[in-house]
Design a protein around this ligand. Structure first.
Ligand code: NAD
Ligand code: IPM
Ligand code: MN
Length: 358
């Protein structure tokens, strides 16, 4: 089949890990005889440098034209003190909103070969296999009013956390549908003891749950969830939460796998004007300025995101399984990067995954 893919490598190690994701994608396309039509665009810091804006209109056009978009990471230290709307990260928020990808799936799985890489005790990791379902186009990240106003002691920063019933309902159904095909448990995370948005969240989740009678629902307050994730991570199946809670808890979840460099993600749910589904695929980690340019970033989160794209955007289950199996074989071989206590370079890991695919 034809695979029309847009790549937005971005900044820092985003460029390095995306190159390996695309190496694997080209390899899979050749092996399984797909017609890969690859284009590349600008988003983030590099887009600010080249066009003056983090999310150029041309990038939006290319993303709407593609069947799927793969991304690296966005953010450069030189913009650290810039206001939010002049930062590379704004490009990422812009493309997520523009494509309407409201569901961000972040699987967290303990691999046998990596048990020693995690700081958690081995016995806690047995059986850990969860998906964090993060609402991606609402909440504090997009709510208005926002901004900094006033001066002196009265200078005030404002952000608004807001959710509508419809926004909560669609992400809840996504979480339950996923759980129905897995371990049949949804843990909905909120702060309903304090926040009105969370009270509505809990109410809507409760109302939708009976549509999925074979899936068990439980609620957890977000502070307790942060603790349970490291105390007893194997209890979770699908963990549903709003945007910022999901951002924070997914980084915590990465500790289970041994490195944030391991985590892939799929952002789905958006539809083009034509009605076609849209998918955005990106590793969970950032541009890692501390190791950028050294060729030592772990590309497996980016490569796992390619597997997710093959599965969710193209329905190519055999191809996705081949990539996932090859990643596992590479992990078992010990040919891994420094974050996983190995000595391989980013490129060597990408090449090893291709060799393991065969
Ligand atoms: P980060 O994820 O970039 O790095 C956190 C730590 O994890 C660093 O020590 C880094 O070296 C390490 N790390 C991250 N990815 C790795 C990989 N693939 N292999 C090995 N080690 C890896 O988070 P940060 O340092 O807080 O943020 C840096 C910049 O990235 C900021 O500008 C931030 O806004 C941006 N950011 C972007 C994204 C994204 O584009 N999706 C996500 C998170 C942060
Ligand atoms: C992530 C990142 C982004 C987010 C930032 C860079 C905007 O941390 O994808 O986890 O908070 O969504
Ligand atoms: Mn994050």
């Amino acid at each position: 089949m034809q695979l029309k893919v847009l790549a937005l490598p971005g900044d820092g190690i985003g460029v390095e890990v995306t190159a390996e994701g695309l190496r694997v994608l080209r390899h899979v396309a050749a092996k399984f005889k797909h017609d890969l039509v690859l284009s590349e665009g600008l988003l983030g810091g590099i887009a600010i440098h080249k066009t003056g804006t983090p999310f150029p209109a041309e990038t939006e056009r290319l993303a709407l034209e593609a069947d799927a978009t793969v991304m690296g990471a966005f953010g450069l230290p030189e913009f650290d003190n810039a206001p939010p709307d002049k930062r590379p990260e704004r490009g990422l928020l812009g493309i997520r909103k523009s494509l309407g990808v409201f569901a961000n799936l972040r699987p967290v799985k303990a691999y046998d070969a990596l048990i020693e890489s995690s700081p958690l005790k081995n016995h806690l990791l047995t059986g850990v296999d969860m998906i964090i379902v993060r609402e991606l186009t609402g909440g504090l990240y997009y709510g208005t009013p926002r901004g900094i106003t006033g001066a002196g002691d009265e200078e005030r920063g404002t952000n608004t956390m807001t959710y509508t019933r419809a926004e909560i309902a669609r992400i809840t159904r996504m979480a339950f549908r996923l759980a129905a095909n897995r371990k049949k448990k949804v843990t909905s995370v909120d702060k309903s003891n304090v926040l009105e948005t969370s009270q509505l969240w809990r109410k809507v989740v409760e109302e939708i749950a009976p549509e999925f009678p074979d899936v068990k629902l439980e609620h957890l307050l977000v502070d307790n969830c942060a603790m349970q994730l490291v105390l007893k991570p194997a209890q979770f199946d699908v963990v549903l939460m709003e945007n910022m809670f999901g951002d924070i808890l997914s980084d915590e979840g990465s500790v289970i796998t041994g490195s944030i460099g391991m985590l892939p993600s799929a952002s789905i749910g958006g539809q083009k004007p034509s009605g076609a589904w849209v998918g955005l695929y990106e590793p969970v980690h950032g541009s890692a300025p501390d190791i950028a340019g050294q060729g030592i970033a772990n590309p497996l989160g980016a490569i796992g995101s390619i597997a997710a794209m093959l599965e969710y955007s193209f329905g190519l289950l055999e191809e996705a399984a081949a990539v996932n199996a090859a990643m596992e074989a590479v992990l078992n071989s010990g040919n891994v990067t420094r974050d996983l206590k190995g000595t391989a370079t980013t490129v060597q890991v990408g090449q090893a995954v291709c060799e393991a695919i065969g």
